[in-house]
Ligand binder design. Structure first.
Ligand SMILES: [Fe+2]
Length: 161
């Protein structure tokens, strides 16, 4: 990579790979969540993730590059870890708590990736692309906040029991 433009393109491909992997992995999270609110949160984030993937395709088309060809190894690792956890959880309670933790790791990873991408887009003068990436970034923040609330809700329920 010789310049910021190439680095930006690399980051976009990396994000595209991350979103693609997540589209394949989220149904397993939906299936294993037992709390109905958590299940719904994963379902709605799956829909959102498909849109985010499409958004990246549009951005790549605008830039005249192909979104494929990279594998985001960090996301692969996060997903592998989540899948390993699913095998090990022995109660609904542990499963839900752990799924929230794994999902938040994913969101935080995406937040840092999109935060960087927004900055690079601005720096390179791609105003509309920066706005599109910002939209996804906002959605990732919302998803993370929703998971925070669900995690807190779990604690409150436990305290009441
Ligand atoms: Fe995403």
């Amino acid at each position: 990579m010789k310049n910021l433009k190439e680095l930006f393109e690399h980051q976009l491909k990396d994000l595209y790979s991350a979103e693609s992997q997540l589209v394949s992995a989220l149904p397993k999270m939906v299936k294993n969540a037992s709390d109905s609110k958590l299940k719904k949160a994963f379902e709605s984030h799956l829909k959102e993730t498909k849109e985010q993937k499409k958004r990246l395709e549009e951005i790549c088309t605008e830039l005249g590059i192909k979104p494929g060809g990279e594998k985001c190894k960090a996301m692969a690792g996060l997903i592998k870890e989540a899948e390993g956890f699913i095998e090990e959880a022995e109660s609904d309670e542990v499963m839900d708590a752990g799924l929230i933790a794994e999902a938040q790791r994913v969101e935080h990873y995406e937040i840092s990736g999109y935060g960087t991408a927004v900055r690079y887009a601005k720096e390179l003068g791609h105003k509309e692309i920066a706005q599109k990436l910002q939209k996804t970034l906002d959605e990732e923040y919302d998803a993370d906040n929703k998971l925070d609330k669900l995690a807190e809700g779990r604690l409150n329920e436990e305290a009441m029991a």
